[in-house]
Write a protein that binds this ligand. Structure first.
Ligand SMILES: NC(=O)C1=CN([C@@H]2O[C@H](COP(=O)(O)OP(=O)(O)OC[C@H]3O[C@@H](n4cnc5c(N)ncnc54)[C@H](OP(=O)(O)O)[C@@H]3O)[C@@H](O)[C@H]2O)[C@@H](O)CC1
Ligand SMILES: Nc1ncnc2c1ncn2[C@@H]1O[C@H](COP(=O)(O)OP(=O)(O)O)[C@@H](O)[C@H]1O
Ligand SMILES: [K+]
Length: 489
């Protein structure tokens, strides 16, 4: 599990650790890790031109110490001082002692234009609000430069706790995070500015709390959660998932959701709705029924919504499924049709899977507000519906109603934004619910597999190919975990 901690928590851990170490030790560790990452990136240090954008806080200090280390190895180093009278004195002295020089922000254009590497030490976790004009101008110069850009701790201009970006922000090729990942590094729009994310351990680990603000599953976590049949399994024990999807107008949504459900590992898939012929033609193993969900027979979880429409049959089906005492995934049209109070009153797990537009409608907000503040909005959804909310989009987030860490999905690709892709995700996630995963685990494992399938397929692909790819990515996850467990020779 990769974890993100908010600034307040990182500061508290930093205080606890600093009390046990000599002055300046943490900054030395950070700067050493940073200089190493820069040298790796440059592929050689001697003769390279390094420019530091130096704010007056410790973030600027880290950058200056790292530049001093590079200068000692033969790089040319120049610092652009944002507030010369307040630049970190020790770090500035180190840079000068190593032969580096300083310039005022007015002279930044020329030095940045000639640089091989720009180190963004404008602000780190001490940044407040959008970048001030002078800082914003430097961020823009860095973005336009041909030089590689390395962000110190985080790209200046992104909110460390949320990933929100107000105005200009640095766009990095590499970001070197110190001590802990901050949520804003993992959530768009901030995450888009990060480039390759590297980590420098400065010893904060033992001082961080058990529960982070944000967590991202990795292969090993997913492997541990994925259901696999055992000797005693039969199709009912593996889980039966019911899918209520599709309409005369959108029969394809039924096929896609059922496809996802079959690949999610449930023992059987029941389909309820008017798309039965299309479903059977593609997946003859599906158990279909024409009546309402309440008469379809036993299921361990329901998926409702993709391509459902909003006629009276759809409305009745949504009401029945929301009233069921098994876990339910509510997607697409069903998000509009479900009664909010009935959802809040549910006792079994509930997963809502809106994209930003649907989330905006549910929250009475603008789509832009949802996309710009994904973490806050996914938490609001979970709270207001007392359900697990999976907010789809460039970074998919999963929040539970219990205030546990929000999960951020680390897999995926923009090629997933193709018609019907969400229908596959619904089926897949519903299948995992039927197999017995908690709402939070089913949603985050579903998004992980879906995202990995999207990365694995040669683009462009159609949504139906995603479901077919799931067994392959599942196997690669299992293989990587088994290989990691083998002794190294
Ligand atoms: N945590 C750890 O364990 C460790 C942390 N370490 C490092 O310390 C960093 C935190 O340092 P920090 O606390 O000094 O704050 P920092 O990020 O430099 O920002 C303050 C500066 O930004 C300025 N400023 C603020 N808002 C702004 C805006 N909108 N636009 C423009 N400027 C703005 C503000 O100006 P002022 O308000 O004072 O005028 C001040 O100059 C952290 O990210 C990491 O790199 C490591 O060394 C080792 C261990
Ligand atoms: N820019 C993006 N980057 C990564 N994934 C994306 C992006 N845009 C959309 N997605 C993913 O593509 C899928 C689209 O689902 P959805 O919006 O429900 O489409 P549809 O209704 O056509 O099925 C979701 O899994 C979403 O997370
Ligand atoms: K920075």
């Amino acid at each position: 599990m990769r974890c993100g901690y908010d600034v307040e928590t990182v500061r508290a851990a930093e205080r606890a650790l600093m009390g046990t170490l000599p002055d300046g030790a943490l900054m030395r560790r950070a700067a050493f890790g940073l200089a190493t990452a820069c040298a790796d990136m440059l592929g050689g240090v001697y003769g390279r031109r390094v420019v530091v954008l130096a704010g007056s806080g410790d973030n600027g200090g880290d950058a200056l110490y790292a530049a001093a280390a590079l200068a000692r190895r033969g790089a040319g180093a120049v610092a652009v001082e944002l507030a010369p009278e307040r630049t970190h004195p020790g770090a500035l002295a180190a840079l000068r002692a190593a032969g580096g020089r300083t310039v005022a922000p007015e002279d930044a254009d020329a030095v940045i234009g000639r640089a091989d590497l720009v180190l963004d030490g404008i602000v780190g976790i001490g940044g407040k609000g959008g970048l001030r004009p002078e800082a914003a101008r430097l961020a823009e110069l860095a973005r336009r430069a041909r030089a590689a850009v390395v962000a110190v701790d985080l790209p200046s201009g992104i909110d460390p706790d949320t990933g929100e970006v107000a105005g200009e922000a640095v766009r990095a090729d590499v970001t070197v995070a110190f001590g802990a990942y901050k949520p804003g590094l993992l959530i768009d729009p901030g995450a888009e500015h990060v480039g390759a994310l590297r980590f420098t351990d400065i010893g904060l680990g033992p001082h961080l709390p058990r529960t982070p603000a944000l967590e991202a599953l990795q292969h090993a976590d997913v492997a541990a959660l994925l259901p696999s049949p055992s000797g005693e399994s039969d199709k009912y024990r593996r889980g039966v998932v019911g899918v209520v999807a599709g309409s005369e107008r959108y029969p394809g949504a039924a096929v896609l959701a059922v496809g996802g459900a079959l690949r999610g590992g449930a023992g059987a898939v029941r389909y309820v709705g008017p798309g039965a012929d299309a479903v059977i033609a593609r997946f003859p193993e599906t158990l279909v029924s024409a009546g309402p969900p309440a008469k379809a027979g036993r299921v361990q979880a329901w998926v409702i919504g993709p391509g459902l429409g909003d006629d009276s049959r759809a409305r009745q089906a949504v009401a029945e499924v929301v009233a069921a005492d098994v876990p339910v995934l509510i997607d697409a049209d069903a998000l509009r049709l479900a009664d909010r109070e009935a959802v809040r009153a549910r006792r079994a797990g509930t997963v809502l899977t809106p994209h930003a537009g649907e989330a905006a409608a549910l929250l009475d907000a603008d789509r832009g507000d949802v996309e710009g503040a994904r973490l806050a909005q996914v938490r609001r959804l979970a709270e207001e519906f007392r359900a697990t909310a999976l907010l789809k989009g460039s970074t998919t987030l999963v929040a539970g109603p219990d205030g546990a860490a929000v999960r951020v999905n680390p897999t995926g690709s923009a090629w997933l934004s193709t018609a019907g892709s969400g229908d596959v995700l619904s089926g897949l996630t519903g299948s995992l619910l039927a197999a017995g995963l908690s709402a939070q685990d089913a949603a985050s494992v579903g998004a992980y597999l879906h995202g990995l399938a999207g990365r694995d397929l040669p683009p462009p692909f159609g949504a139906h190919e995603l479901a077919d790819r799931v067994p392959l990515v599942r196997a690669s996850i299992m293989d990587s975990v088994t290989n990691d467990a083998l002794p190294r020779t």
